[in-house]
Ligand binder design. Sequence first.
Ligand code: HEM
Length: 494
Amino acid sequence: MLISVLLGLATLMVYVVIKYYRFVGKYPKGPTPLPLVGNYHQFDNQQQYKSWKSFGNTQPPIYTIFAPLPFVQITDYSLLKEAFVDQGEAFVGRPENKVVQELFSVAPKAGVLASNGENWREQRRTAISILRDFGMGKNLMEELVRSSVADYIAHLDDIEDKGAVELRWPIQVMVSNIINGVLFGYRHKYDDCAPLMDYVTKHNKMMEQVMTSRLLLLAAIFPLIRTWPLIGWHSFGRIAAMAREINGYIVDNVDRSLSTYSIDDEPSCFVQAYKQRMPPNAALDHTNLLATCADFFVAGQETSTVTLRWAMLFFAKYQEKQDRLRVEIAEVVGSERLPTMADQVKMPYARACVLEVQRRANILQRNVARVTSRDVEIRGYTIPKGAWVNGDIHYLMSNDPLFEKPEEFRPERYLAEDGKALKKDLVDRTVPFSLGKRACAGEAIARVELFIGLTATVQHFRLLPAAGFEIDLEPRAHSFLLPKDQQIRLEKVV
Ligand code: HEM
C-alpha cells in the first residue's frame, strides 16, 4: 500500500515537473528556473537593476526570468526597436493582474498608465490632445515651465545659508508645480505646500512597501489571497489603503477645479478641458478623469525630480563639465533672461549634458511592464501571447557597447568631431522614455523641464560639494534609483 502511494506521488511529481518545464519551454530561454520558485532565489528584488545586469551579461538578448512568474527581457537596442516600434501593436498591453490594477490605478483598467485596449487609446489620445491645446510642444507649455523655474530660482536666491543646501524639495516643488499647474490650474508656494509634501512622502512610503513586501508578490501571483482575512490585509489591503489615501490629493484637486466650472466656460486647466469633452464621448467619464490625472501626476512628478536631483550632483562633482556648460550658457543666453528651448540649437553641449544626465542617472530599475497581445516572432525568438515583457532600457543605457566606459559621466561622448552636432547613433540609443506607441506620454514636457531646469540652475549658481563632504553617486534603490540625500553648496553666479 505504502509503496503504491509513494509511487503515485513520485509519478505526480514527475508529471508536474514535466508540465512545468514544457510551460517554461514556450518562453525565450534564460537561466534554468526551478519548479515553483523559478529564478526567484537568484533575484535581488530590492536592487533589481543589479540582477538584470548580471542576467543580461550572461543571457541571450531576449531571455526569460521566472520571478517566479515569467518575465521576458529584451536587452538589445535593435531588437527592442523591432519589438516596440516595428511590431508595436503586439506590445501595447499592460498587465491585467488584479494587484497591479488595484494598486496602480484609481480604478482598475481606467486612465492611461495601466489601462488597455480601446479605453487606453481613447484616454491617451484625449490627454495628449488636451495637453497640446494647452501648449505641449509649443511656447505656452514652455512658458509654464519657465515660470515655475523662475519661482524656483527666486526661492534658491532667498535661502540665507547657501553653504549646505538640500535641493530635493526645491526641485520637487518646481517640477510638481508644472504638472499641478497643467492639471489643476494653480501652483504651490514654496512656504505653503504641505499637501504636496504629504502626497510625495506618502507615495514614497507606499512604493517602498511595494518594492520590499514579499507578501505582496504572493498576492500578485495568487490574487485570491487579497480576499482572505488577515493575510489579505497584510499582503495587499494595507498597501491598497495607502494608495487610496494618497489619491485623496487628486480627488480633492479635481473637485476644486470643477467646483466653479461650467462647460460653456473656456477651460483653464486639464481637468476642465476633459470635463468639457465628456458629454458627446461615452469613454470620457469621471472615473477615467480621476485615473488620468493620478497617472499624469505620479508619472510626471517623481521622474523629472529624481533626474534633476542627479543632474545637480553630477555637476557638483565634475566642476570642469559644469564650467563648460556655464560658458555655453553665458555665450548663448547671457545672464538677463532664462534659457528657452529655441536656444538648444546653439547649445550642443547643454543638449549633450541632458542626454548624459538621463543616461547615467538611468532612474528606472526596470521599464513599465508590457504584455503581448499575440505570439510574436522576433529574429528567431518566440514570445508567447500574454507574456509580460520588460524592454530593458536600464540595461541598454548602461551596457550598450556604443557607450564607452558607460559608468563614467561624460557629456562629451555625444558630441561629433566638429563639437557642434550630436552623434545620432548615441542619441537614438538613449531611451529613458522608452519606445513605441506606449512610450512616455509626457516626454515633450519632461524634455523642457530637464533642459530649462538644469541650464537655469547652472546659469544662476555654481554647484559645489558642501564643505567637508564628497559627492556620493552610489544610487539608493527605491521605486526609482534615487541619489542619497546630500547637501551641496550654492554660489551665486548671476
Ligand atoms: C525624466 C522624466 C521621465 C521619464 C524618464 C519617463 C519615463 C517613462 C517610461 C519609461 C514610461 C513607460 C513607457 C513604456 O511602457 O514603454 C513612461 C510612461 C508614462 N509617462 Fe513618463 N517619464 C518622464 C516624465 C513624464 C512626465 C513629465 C509625464 C507627464 C506630464 C509623464 C507621463 C507618463 C505617462 C502618462 C505614461 C504612461 C503612458 C502609457 O501607458 O500609455 N512622464 N514614462
